[in-house]
Design a protein around this ligand. Sequence first.
Ligand SMILES: Nc1nc2c(ncn2[C@@H]2O[C@H](COP(=O)(O)OP(=O)(O)OP(=O)(O)O)[C@@H](O)[C@H]2O)c(=O)[nH]1
Ligand SMILES: [Mg+2]
Length: 381
Amino acid sequence: MNASPSFNVCSQITPSGRGAVAVIAIHGDLAGVTIDECLQTPSGNPLSSRKNQDIAYGIWKSTGEDLVVSKRGEKHFEIHCHGGTTASQAIIGSLNARGFTEIPAAEFSAQFQDFWNVSTQLALTQATTPQTASFLLRLVTQLPNQIQQIRNLLTSHELSVAAAHIQSMLNWSKFGKHLTTPRTVVLCGQPNVGKSSLVNAMSGFQRAIVHDIAGTTRDVVSQAIAIDGWPVTVKDTAGLRNSDNPIEIQGIAQAKAQILNSDLTICVFDVNELRQSERAEIVTQTKPDLVVLNKIDLLFPNRQVHDISNGQLPTVQTSVITKKGIRELIKMIGTQLVPELPGKSQAYPVTADQHQRLKEALDCINQKSPATLNQALERLG
Ligand SMILES: Nc1nc2c(ncn2[C@@H]2O[C@H](COP(=O)(O)OP(=O)(O)OP(=O)(O)O)[C@@H](O)[C@H]2O)c(=O)[nH]1
Ligand SMILES: [Mg+2]
């Protein structure tokens, strides 16, 4: 909040013309009196004298526009009007006439809005499941509060406590990042074992082409799904085998690249495939986190299921035909991807920017000099 006291500014903080609702933020000494004079509320009660976060419905007198105004602070209000440009431009015109200067949204945000609150709200708009949205919603207030506590600790020179707080937040960075970025699960294995069929079974519809000809999948097929409420991209890959077909060779190379970048690799085998040395080679090549023995419905009579990893890897038996083991597989993927949840009072970064700022602040604190202490406070904003 570093503008001069007499400076009155306004800015449309939602993208121009895109949403159903446009939000115009106003800030300055004249903000309260302007809202009271321009907004006709049904009760006639002025919004400026109410408490922060209160809202008022009404009509913007000069334009006849129905809208909602929210009081964000003594000098800070947000006007929510119809989306599109006509309504917002008319309101901004009336604010200009009352001495408010229009500034770009980025400038407004940098000067008058809390970085931690705004960036977490932005992340919230990118949530794709109700579960991730509820985690992010909690952080919209929790994260700025935690940062304020750290600022207080720094100003009272409790450096090691502040550093421990930041470190505990950073420990959950990966969890925070994956509230908006899906985790990647790769299914790999020999051709024809049922990888594409399993992806379809987990997605609930026929996304990938399934065929009894080995080598059906040539490309990496990605499917966005939610597992236990967490957004996941499942990647179906080409069957791994020695091939002289150039397209298949490329598909196999892509499969290997996907495995390297995955959060979880699942190796699928046909339960009746007995060539132990080939199986062992695939496990060595792909280093899976989970093994699936598929086509359990076709298990030959009196044949025992072979344990591929000698008890080293979690293993689940499935059948895409009878659906046996599919739920168990999904549950196991969820547990492996998110083995632990942060405590309710734990705040953590959810964007790369937030993570970076915390990391830099921690580095500055660890240098333990007055100059770097100021730098740490700067990084915390
Ligand atoms: N009986 C039975 N058949 C299955 C099962 N899973 C897959 N299949 C069949 O096995 C064949 C191969 O399935 P895909 O899903 O195409 O196998 P894939 O591993 O993706 O094969 P590639 O793409 O060639 O690597 C198809 O005919 C499927 O219908 C299963 O659990 N039981
Ligand atoms: Mg396939």
